[in-house]
Design a binder for this molecule. Structure first.
Ligand SMILES: CC(=O)N[C@H]1[C@@H](OP(=O)(O)OP(=O)(O)OC[C@H]2O[C@@H](n3ccc(=O)[nH]c3=O)[C@H](O)[C@@H]2O)O[C@H](CO)[C@@H](O)[C@@H]1O[C@H](C)C(=O)N[C@@H](C)C(=O)N[C@@H](CCC(=O)O)C(=O)O
Ligand code: ATP
Length: 444
């Protein structure tokens, strides 16, 4: 079937048995697309958590549907067997619209009039507190951000479990290195999606952090944790570009807007005592790389931020760092001001700032003659501050791209806007609960 020609996207049903969540979708009356998420050693849900678990599972069905909806983007969305309240529908409208903004921009589609989740009731009853134990799930993505958050939580001795979704051996190695208890949740996308892709379905970026966030929300209720503590930095809230009045942010579901929406939604619709937050929210990318250089020594040989490692189907890099993608370029640049040069070069296998062929790639990171890449990279202004600081250091200033920056780009910039120090100061906004505020202090 051709999902592009479909009229309806259907949330068919969801269920949970033997630790496996089954999430079922379909276009029109076409074949069912079934995603499975496996929670290892799942306990029986205690009676006082049953309603919260059902609400979290339903939320997962609705949020994970974005992977499938995007294949056809039909006119009508149908949620079978239940009715949504207005808050749920508007939360989902926002997630699908903003989370698919890059997908829409790159495919030249306008989703603004198309995404409308149906709703019936005005408001749902508020979820009660369910006595969740005081311990945290800490998601691990294999890169520097989660390492920094983990080390901060460890520094205050809080009870926490390193948790990851998917079967990446690289993430497993990082999680083991934390020394915390671990939880690995498996996620199997519906095989039919890959077949639809092969046949020419719409494809592109989806808000995967939202999906991981809700998988961990289900896990928190199931196993008994009172907080899901992500490691999304302040810089993630800044849009990649603006187009026809709409912000397009590759990292939308890592941004503060989504964090606040999901935090509030979980409190009102899942469990009043389950917190969702990001420990790194006050900090820029440069503050995080500076903290990683300080706290992350035990992970230097196992971490990687290169997203090409995390493909399900596509080829993975031979080494931890492909050296070709914007994420490798940005992380190299953002670590350089804070790490001894030989150490940094040995992590990446070569000096990326001494390669003329990467001039255009680094220009985009600086937002010089181009917009920021569609990747998880920091703000153009912080990339410029990092490069300006290297331009003053004898060990870096003669390297090809630093020297080119000094000659060609630096003279066009306002030097007052190139200081590194302001980027190392925290912003005010965060949703970190009282119990974990000490971990926030540990990063300062
Ligand atoms: C690893 C990666 O970057 N994948 C993106 C890539 O996918 P590709 O086709 O090269 O290979 P696979 O990852 O094997 O995926 C195969 C197809 O499966 C579909 N799919 C996959 C995962 C999923 O959760 N939902 C899906 O629908 C999709 O059709 C794939 O083609 O390109 C795709 C198209 O642009 C992207 O959708 C893949 O992105 C993954 C969902 C992914 O995990 N990406 C993260 C690395 C990522 O982008 N993280 C962001 C977080 C931003 C946010 O707001 O959440 C970041 O770090 O900035
Ligand atoms: N497979 C995953 N399972 C669970 N959480 C994940 C997974 N991948 C990423 N995350 C979480 O999503 C958030 C954003 O991911 P991101 O890739 O920015 O972080 P990271 O891998 O820790 O650091 P880096 O920016 O160096 O890649 C982090 O909190 C991270 O822990």
């Amino acid at each position: 079937m051709d999902p592009r020609a479909s009229q309806r996207f259907r949330f068919v049903r969801h269920g949970f048995a033997d630790g496996v969540a089954e999430l079922v979708y379909a276009f029109d009356d076409g074949p069912e697309l079934i995603e499975r998420v496996t929670f290892p050693g799942a306990p029986t849900v205690p009676a006082e958590r049953e309603a919260a678990f059902a609400a979290a599972l339903r939320l997962l069905h609705l949020v994970a549907g974005v992977s499938y909806y995007k294949a056809g983007i039909p006119e009508t969305i149908i949620v079978e067997g239940e009715s949504l309240d207005e808050d749920s529908a508007s939360m989902l409208d926002a997630l699908y619209l903003h989370g698919l903004a890059e997908f829409a921009y790159r495919n030249r589609l306008d989703l603004r009039s198309r995404i409308a989740f149906p709703f019936e009731s005005k408001a749902a009853a508020r979820a009660p507190a369910i006595g969740l134990p005081r311990r945290s799930l800490l998601p691990i993505g294999g890169g520097k951000d989660s390492v920094v958050a983990v080390e901060a939580v460890k520094s205050i001795g809080a009870d926490a479990t390193a948790t990851w979704v998917g079967n990446s051996p690289l993430i497993a190695e990082c999680a083991a290195r934390t020394g915390l208890s671990t939880l690995n949740i498996s996620r199997e996308l519906a095989p039919g999606l890959f077949e639809l892709n092969r046949l020419g379905a719409w494809n592109g970026h989806i808000p995967v952090t939202a999906i991981n966030s809700v998988i961990l929300t289900v896990a928190a209720v199931l196993y008994g944790y009172d907080s899901v503590v992500f490691a999304n930095e302040r810089s993630a809230s800044v849009a990649t570009l603006e187009y026809e009045g709409q912000e397009v942010n590759h990292q939308w579901s890592k941004g503060f807007g989504f964090e606040k929406t999901l935090h509030d939604y979980i409190h009102t619709h899942v469990a009043a005592d389950l917190d969702y937050c990001s420990l790194l929210r006050p900090w820029s990318e440069l503050a995080v790389t500076s903290a990683f250089a300080r706290l992350g020594g035990a992970y230097f040989d196992v971490f990687s931020s290169c997203n090409r490692n995390f493909r399900i189907l596509g080829p993975k890099p031979a080494d931890r760092w492909c050296g070709q993608c914007p994420k490798c370029h940005f992380v190299f640049l953002a670590l350089a001001p804070f790490m001894a040069k030989p150490r940094l070069v040995s992590i990446f296998g070569r000096n990326l700032l001494d390669d003329d062929a990467l001039a255009g790639a680094f220009d985009a990171l600086l937002e010089y003659k181009d917009h920021k890449p569609f990747e998880c990279v920091g703000e153009g202004a912080e990339a410029r501050a990092a490069l300006a600081s290297l331009a003053e250091r004898p060990e870096w200033r003669e390297d090809a791209l630093v020297s080119r920056f000094r000659r060609e780009i630096l003279p066009q910039l306002d030097r007052e806007e190139l200081a590194l120090e302001p980027w190392l100061k925290p912003g005010a906004s965060h949703l970190v609960p009282q119990r974990l505020l000490g971990a926030l202090d540990a990063l300062g």
